[in-house]
Design a protein around this ligand. Structure first.
Ligand code: AQP
Length: 348
C-alpha cells in the first residue's frame, strides 16, 4: 500500500527526569527551535515516559516545569508551537494501547535502549520501561507527524515507529478503504538526525553518551549550570596527549577530541573541519578556553531566561494548558478515526 502525502508536521519530546544537558540541547532542542520557522511543530514534555522509572511526585512536577522553562528559554515559542505535557493529552495512552496490539514482541525484544536501561536487573524493570517505544510511537502517530528531530540514540525507536505505522496500514487496509482512507492512515515519519552533535558524549569518557543518569555531574554540562561551573567542567574534560589534528579524519579513534570539536562546531553552527582549520595543530588548553567561552556565551542567556521563567510557575502552567488544548484538537479526531478503523463501536 502506498501512503498518501501528509501535511508536514513536527513532533518531538523530552523526558521530565531532571535537568536537561548539553546533549539534549545540541542533539534535539536546538534543531527544534530552527524547525519552527518552516514547520507546524508540537513539542512535548513526556511525563508518562518519565515514570517508566520511579519518580518522586514532587520532583516530577518540578521537572515538568523545569523542562518547559528550558524549551521556552532555548527559543521555542508557545505562540507558534504547541508546548505541553503528555499526560494532559489522553490520546497518547489510548493510541499506545492499540499500537501495543499491532507491534510484535520480537520487535520490542530487539530494542537496545531497554537492554541498556534495564541492565542485568531485567526481571525487575517496569513493564512500562519495556513498552516505552510503543508509547513513543503513539506520541508521534497521534499527530500524523511526518518529521521527528531527535538525537542519534533514538534512531532505533523511530525505525520501530515506522514499522508499526506500516503494519497498522497493512493490517487494516480493507477497513481503511471502506472508511475512505485510500492510501494508508498513518504516515511513515522521518527521523531528523543532523549536524555535528547528534550524539554528544560524556566529558569524562568519550565512548559513553552524555546522560542525565550518569553518576558524575562532571560528565555533563547541565542547562542550569552557571558560567563558572561550565568553564570548570570543560577545563576538567578528559582529553588525550596529542595536539588537535588539522583534518577531520585525524579525529578517528580519538573519541574525546572528536566530542569536544563536535560540541564546539554545533555551538558555533560550523562544521568540524572549519573548527579544525582554526584550532588544528594547537594544544587542548587553548581550545578548551575557547570552548568554555562559546559555551558560556550560548548557554548563559538560556540559563538566565530559564531561571526567570521558573520564578513564575503559573505562567508555565498556562503555557502547558494552552499547548495541551491545541494538541488535543489535532489528536482527538485522529484517535476517533483509529477507533472506527479497528472496529470499536461508538454510540455517541
Ligand atoms: N548525549 C546526547 N547527545 C545527543 N542527543 C541526546 N539526547 C539525549 N542525550 C543526548 C536527545 O535528547 C532528546 C531527549 O531525550 P530524553 O529526554 O528521552 O532523554 P534521554 O535520552 O533519556 O536522556 P538521557 O540524558 O540519556 O537520560 P538517561 O540518563 O535517563 O538515559 C532525544 O531526542 C535524545 O535523542
Amino acid at each position: 500500500m502506498t501512503t498518501k502525502k501528509f501535511k508536514p508536521r513536527v513532533f518531538s519530546g523530552m523526558q521530565a527526569t531532571g535537568n536537561l544537558h548539553l546533549g539534549n540541547y545540541l542533539g534535539a532542542l536546538k534543531r527544534w527551535v530552527e524547525m519552527q520557522a518552516t514547520h507546524e511543530c508540537l513539542y512535548c514534555i513526556v511525563d508518562m515516559h518519565a515514570i517508566t522509572t520511579w519518580q518522586d511526585p514532587k520532583e516530577l512536577r518540578e521537572s515538568i516545569r523545569s523542562v518547559t522553562a528550558a524549551y521556552v528559554a532555548a527559543g521555542l515559542d508557545p505562540s507558534k508551537s504547541a508546548i505541553f505535557n503528555q499526560s494532559q493529552v489522553p490520546e497518547h495512552a489510548e493510541l499506545a494501547w492499540v499500537l501495543n496490539c499491532v507491534a510484535r514482541l520480537g520487535w520490542l525484544n530487539r530494542m537496545t535502549q531497554f537492554k541498556e536501561k534495564a541492565g542485568k536487573d531485567r526481571e525487575n524493570a517496569s513493564v512500562g520501561l519495556y513498552d516505552y517505544p510503543i508509547l513513543m510511537a503513539a506520541d508521534i502517530l497521534a499527530y500524523h507527524a511526518t518529521h521527528v528531530p531527535v538525537g542519534d540514540d533514538q534512531k532505533q525507536h523511530l525505525e520501530l515507529t515506522r514499522d508499526i505505522a506500516q503494519k497498522f496500514n497493512n493490517d487494516y487496509a480493507e477497513s481503511m478503504r471502506a472508511l475512505g482512507f485510500e492510501d494508508g492512515f498513518f504516515p511513515l515519519p522521518e527521523p531528523v538526525i543532523e549536524g555535528p552533535a547528534t550524539r554528544v558524549m560524556s566529558l569524562r569518557d568519550g565512548t559513553k553518551k552524555m546522560s542525565k543518569s550518569d553518576a558524575s555531574d562532571l560528565s555533563r554540562i547541565n542547562m542550569i549550570d552557571d558560567a563558572d561551573t561550565i568553564a570548570k567542567k570543560i577545563q576538567k574534560a578528559k582529553t588525550d596527549p596529542e595536539p588537535l589534528p588539522t583534518e577531520e579524519a585525524g579525529l578517528n579513534n580519538r573519541p574525546e577530541a572528536d566530542n569536544l570539536v563536535g560540541i564546539y562546531a554545533a555551538l558555533a553552527d560550523a562544521s568540524k573541519g572549519k573548527v579544525l582549520q582554526e584550532f588544528g595543530g594547537g594544544q587542548f588548553s587553548t581550545f578548551k578556553k575557547a570552548l568554555a567561552e562559546i559555551a558560556v556565551t550560548k548557554i548563559g542567556p538560556v540559563n538566565s531566561e530559564m531561571r526567570r521563567l521558573l520564578a513564575d510557575p503559573e505562567e508555565i502552567d498556562r503555557i502547558l494548558g494552552e499547548g495541551a488544548r491545541r494538541a488535543r484538537e489535532i489528536a482527538a479526531p485522529i484517535m476517533s478515526d483509529v477507533k472506527d478503523i479497528v472496529g470499536f463501536l461508538r454510540t455517541s
